[in-house]
Unconditional design. Structure first.
Length: 106
């Protein structure tokens, strides 16, 4: 398991970013699943916020975290949502319009 020592961010953000660092290429988690994984099951919005404040893109691959309905959510890096979708497609993910097909990427 990768573990980074970040020099910015809150304790919660650092926990989120370290967890995201361990999502392998070709896999995704929802914001809710990630919140549960780090022990804060009701904090999925805070997880989404931490993703949006990730200063370590693309090393910390927040593009691999999506909404539970398959929507992409946000992407704060250059190119925004179009870039996030491109990166996920490059990793082999399939889409139905602008929603990732979650059952395929599990």
């Amino acid at each position: 398991m990768k573990k980074y020592n970040f020099n910015v961010g809150t304790k919660f953000q650092k926990t989120v970013w370290n967890s995201i660092a361990n999502i392998p290429e070709g896999k995704v988690l929802t914001y809710q699943e990630l919140a549960m994984k780090i022990g804060h099951p009701k904090s999925f919005r805070a997880v989404a916020s931490a993703c949006g404040k990730n200063p370590y893109v693309p090393e910390i691959p927040c593009h691999r975290v999506v909404r539970k309905d398959g929507g992409l959510g946000g992407y704060s890096a250059e190119g925004g949502i179009k870039r996030k979708k491109y990166m996920l497609e490059k990793e082999g993910h399939k889409f139905n319009k602008d929603k990732i097909i979650l059952k395929i990427c599990r």
